[in-house]
Design a binder for this molecule. Structure first.
Ligand code: SF4
Ligand code: SF4
Length: 301
């Protein structure tokens, strides 16, 4: 069995306890307009071009059999994405990593070979492996196989999810993980639809069901000014979490605009929007409010 992975990050300290290896799977059920990893949303491979790395040698243009590459009047490489069939020949030809196919097929064994390199760090720090994305629920069978393989080797796991599943997929994967990192965007239904493209109702129901099933859950909240940093939303979010007695870990993830650069590199800038992070003062106030309510708060995950 293979899965489509777009990144593997070693020595991660923000995706669960201890030192971890985070496996980023492609595909997501939401389309958040502020997404930090826009290349994660489409489950298929994508061609990414890095103009800052490009030396304008045009090896890629020559290598493209379609052709789907050309240069514009300024000499910059232009991709005709409607014609590109993602064969990857341009990426092979580029000596500067300025063309990349994002999303490579890997077997469970391929991923485990990476994971095993840092076993000693997991053991010493109480860390392990985190499946993230995108959302691992989109590649559920592969994610299940990976979680099983880690467990059989004694490696602890976390599942980082946006929770959009109506068919038992989340329950199945959560039962195979030691911890669930669960994203909550905002409590207002209309606003959630506007900024993520989907309803928050099944997401909130799934969170309650996970907790009722006794899973260990840490909640993560991206903080985006004008979307979810207002008093009302923070109060409602806190009330929800207080009603879920076993949820006591909250991660706050302030917005940063790095996702827009990535969106540009995959030709999808128009699908995303620039937002602002809440002010440092506002973030500190939100952090303090959660602490006062009894939560263990981490910034950045
Ligand atoms: S091969 Fe790489 S460095 Fe050369 S023009 Fe293409 S993208 Fe730029
Ligand atoms: S992936 Fe293939 S078709 Fe697309 S631009 Fe590169 S060489 Fe051309």
């Amino acid at each position: 069995m293979t899965g489509r992975i777009f990144d593997i990050k070693r020595y991660s300290i923000h995706d669960g306890p201890g030192i971890r290896t985070t496996i980023f799977l492609k595909g997501c059920g939401l389309h958040c307009l502020w997404c930090h990893n826009p290349e994660s949303i489409d489950p298929g491979p994508e061609l990414m071009h890095w103009p800052a790395r490009c030396t304008r040698c045009y090896a890629c243009v020559k290598a493209c059999p379609v052709p789907a590459l050309s240069k514009d009047q300024s000499g910059a490489v232009v991709i005709d994405r409607a014609r590109c069939d993602l064969c990857g020949k341009c990426a092979d030809a580029c000596l500067y990593d300025a063309m990349q196919i994002v999303g490579r097929e890997m077997t469970v064994e391929d991923v485990l070979a990476e994971v095993e390199k840092d076993r000693i760090f997991y053991e010493q720090s109480g860390g392990g492996v985190t499946l993230s994305g995108g959302d691992p629920l989109v590649q559920a069978d592969f994610a299940a196989a990976l979680l099983d393989a880690c467990r059989s080797r004694g490696i602890r796991t976390a599942l980082d999810t946006a929770g959009r599943s109506s068919n038992g997929v989340l329950d199945r994967l959560a039962a195979k993980a030691d911890l669930v990192l669960y994203d909550i965007k905002c409590l207002d239904e209309a606003r959630h639809r506007e900024f993520t493209g989907v309803s928050n109702a099944p997401i909130l129901e799934n969170l309650k069901a996970l907790v009722a099933a006794g899973r260990e859950v840490w909640v993560r909240i991206p903080l985006v000014h004008g979307v979810n940093d207002d008093e009302d939303n923070i109060r409602q979010t806190m009330a929800l979490l207080l009603s879920l007695e076993t949820v006591r870990q909250v991660g706050l993830l302030p917005y940063h605009s790095g996702g827009l650069d990535k969106a540009r590199r995959i030709g999808q800038e128009s699908q995303f929007r620039k937002f602002e992070s809440p002010s440092e003062e506002r973030i500190a106030a939100i952090e303090a409010a959660f602490r006062e309510a009894g939560f263990d708060v981490r910034r950045g995950g």
